[in-house]
Design a protein around this ligand. Structure first.
Ligand SMILES: Cc1cc2nc3c(=O)[nH]c(=O)nc-3n(C[C@H](O)[C@H](O)[C@H](O)COP(=O)(O)OP(=O)(O)OC[C@H]3O[C@@H](n4cnc5c(N)ncnc54)[C@H](O)[C@@H]3O)c2cc1C
Length: 326
């Protein structure tokens, strides 16, 4: 099932039952910090709720975990006949909060390393709702996979380096039987397409479908499929920002030196050997933060290091050289 119904809703229910309060429409704008004798303490959280400023006092036994940055920050949706707008870092609260916290000090990292290179960090994702069965039949015949069986289908010759993913259907609770959905993305969004003479970033949902159907070589079936599709593009300016070139200190420690009640979690804190973009990275940072701040004698699970496993290296070699495994 989809990640909202299978992960977000159960987690929300579990946490709510344990007293967690979710404050929606609330943007954290700053933290009040007290620096004393080499120790840092958060004393208050400043926020704007529905545009109105407010404050939460942080008590002596409270802890503050801050998710720094976000790969989906300032994302925007287009439509079947509208390309998504390209937003900037001021269009959300994540980078501005980190910039405010890190200003004038070195131990809270350097957010601009990740937020100032949108041309290198953006790509476009899209979701398509199909009101006809032909598209899934074509992909199944081409790949030999029923929906949900295969992984990514990448078009390696595509100028956009586009991929699609066909999940098991129905993907959503209540999804009608004659409706199916799939997801896709392109990594090189500034190059013109092979079938649409426009960079993917400037494309409407209709144009993205035209390009994908071109790669699938559906020919005369294309107009009928497009007429029965709703494709919504999503521009994500910072989606690969965590992979950008960085140096030591650009990402702060999960618990900065001297911090008594503040930790940084998410994709932009320092965790040696772990791989960003993954949910695991953020989860591990929250585990590390919690164990350290509460003084628990526990460690997050060790990072899996496949690069030192001869079996993994052998399989990688075979795959990279397009050889069949024996
Ligand atoms: C299209 C796509 C596909 C992906 N596929 C995979 C995959 O296959 N496998 C995988 O492991 N990972 C995948 N990921 C990555 C995964 O979703 C992220 O690693 C994960 O969600 C990061 O979690 P996070 O809690 O650190 O940050 P986020 O999920 O980015 O959460 C940060 C939250 O903080 C909020 N926020 C920001 N600023 C403020 C502020 N000032 N005040 C209040 N709130 C604020 C944001 O609104 C957001 O809700 C994918 C991501 C995308 C976008």
């Amino acid at each position: 099932s989809n990640q909202y119904d299978s992960m977000v809703r159960p987690l929300h229910k579990w946490l709510s039952a344990r007293g967690v309060i979710f404050a929606l429409n609330t943007r954290v704008t700053n933290l009040g910090l007290r620096e004393q004798a080499g120790e840092t303490r958060v004393t208050r959280i400043e926020f704007a709720r529905d545009g109105k400023p407010g404050e939460i006092a942080v008590g002596a036994n409270d802890f503050v975990l801050v998710t720094l940055g976000s790969m989906t920050e300032a994302s925007s949706l287009g439509a079947m006949d509208r390309a998504p707008a390209l937003n900037g870092k001021a269009d959300g609260g994540a980078w501005t909060l980190w910039e405010k916290l890190a200003a004038g000090r070195t131990d809270f990292g350097h957010p601009s390393i990740f937020s100032n290179h949108i041309d290198e960090s953006k790509w476009v994702s899209f979701t398509t709702t199909l009101h006809e069965p032909e598209f899934l039949r074509i992909v199944r015949d081409l790949t030999g996979n029923a929906p949900g069986e295969g992984g990514l289908v990448t078009f390696p010759q595509s100028n956009w380096l586009a991929s699609i993913v066909i999940p098991h259907q129905p993907h959503f609770i209540g999804q009608p039987e004659d409706v199916s959905v799939f997801w896709g993305y392109g990594l090189h969004v500034s190059a013109p397409g092979n079938f649409v003479d426009k960079p993917m970033s400037a494309c409407t949902g209709r144009e993205i479908m035209t390009e994908i159907l071109g790669h699938l070589q559906v020919g005369a079936a294309a107009p009928g499929i497009i007429a029965a599709s709703i494709c919504i593009p999503c521009m994500m300016p910072f989606i690969t920002s965590q992979f950008l070139r960085r140096g030591p200190g650009d990402r702060p420690q999960v618990v900065p030196k001297g911090s008594k009640n503040l930790a940084f979690i998410g994709q932009f804190c320092e965790q040696p050997d772990d791989v960003v973009f993954t949910v695991e990275y953020s989860i591990r940072s929250a585990q590390a933060a919690t164990y350290a701040l509460l003084g628990l004698e526990r460690e997050p699970p060790a990072v899996y290091k496949g690069k030192f496993d001869p079996r993994v290296l052998y399989k990688a070699f075979i795959a990279l050289h397009d050889m069949a495994e024996t």
